[in-house]
Design a protein around this ligand. Structure first.
Ligand code: PLP
Length: 199
């Protein structure tokens, strides 16, 4: 369903980079979130009627899940602990586009750990729960395919692979499946937080 995205040259401050263009995978279902959710796109889940997730109100994972839910004909419910009145009155970005895809967003005043526990408690036979940012073990399915697309090219050109981390899921599974060095930097929290996510 997804094709092997191209690797294109990019010169920045006299350094040559090879960019893996997962932004070109699809107009709507793209980026590392398409890799992380590929397992759910590819397989059939006859009992599943809805998908529930949680996190920030402008998350890329939220938007990609809204696309996935639309393709799968699933209801999509998303819990977040705050939506500013400005955003409610002026919807924009991922928030707006996910709403357009039919997302139902629920504001609930819980700390992140309590919110996670609450959402996990909503599991039943017809509900798929996706952890914040797509931090699910199923992510490894699509990330392994990504690694296979990069591996030979990276070895042949003696490259290291760099990517920014949120939950660290993509970097973790890439380093598991790639035969070259993977370098990342935490963009959410600090390196201590990121190492905890890896564990
Ligand atoms: C989600 C996201 C990340 C982080 O991915 P993780 O697997 O959570 O580390 C990095 N860059 C972009 C553009 C993203 O959307």
């Amino acid at each position: 369903m997804l094709f092997s995205s191209p690797i294109t040259p990019f010169i920045f401050k006299n350094n040559f980079y090879h960019i893996k263009r997962d932004d070109l995978l699809d107009k709507e279902f793209n980026g590392n979130k398409a890799r992380k959710f590929y397992y759910f796109l590819k397989n059939d889940f006859p009992n599943i009627k809805k998908v529930i997730s949680f996190g920030s109100n402008q998350s890329n994972a939220m938007y990609s899940l809204s696309v996935l839910a639309k393709m799968k004909n699933w209801e999509f419910i998303y819990y977040t602990n705050h939506i500013s009145s400005y955003l409610k009155n002026n919807p924009s970005g991922n928030y707006l586009n996910a709403l357009k895809n039919g997302m139902k967003i629920v504001e609930i005043n819980l700390s992140s750990e309590d919110l996670r526990k609450y959402v996990l408690s909503l599991k039943d036979n017809s509900t798929l729960i996706i952890e914040e940012g797509g931090r699910n073990k199923e992510s490894k399915y699509g990330i392994k395919i990504l690694a296979n697309e990069i591996n030979e090219y990276a070895k042949k050109n003696s490259l290291k692979v760099f990517l920014p981390s949120g939950t660290g899921t993509t970097a973790y599974f890439l380093s598991k499946y790639l035969e070259v060095e993977v370098i990342t930097t935490p963009c959410v929290g600090d390196s201590k937080y990121l190492k905890k996510q890896f564990n």
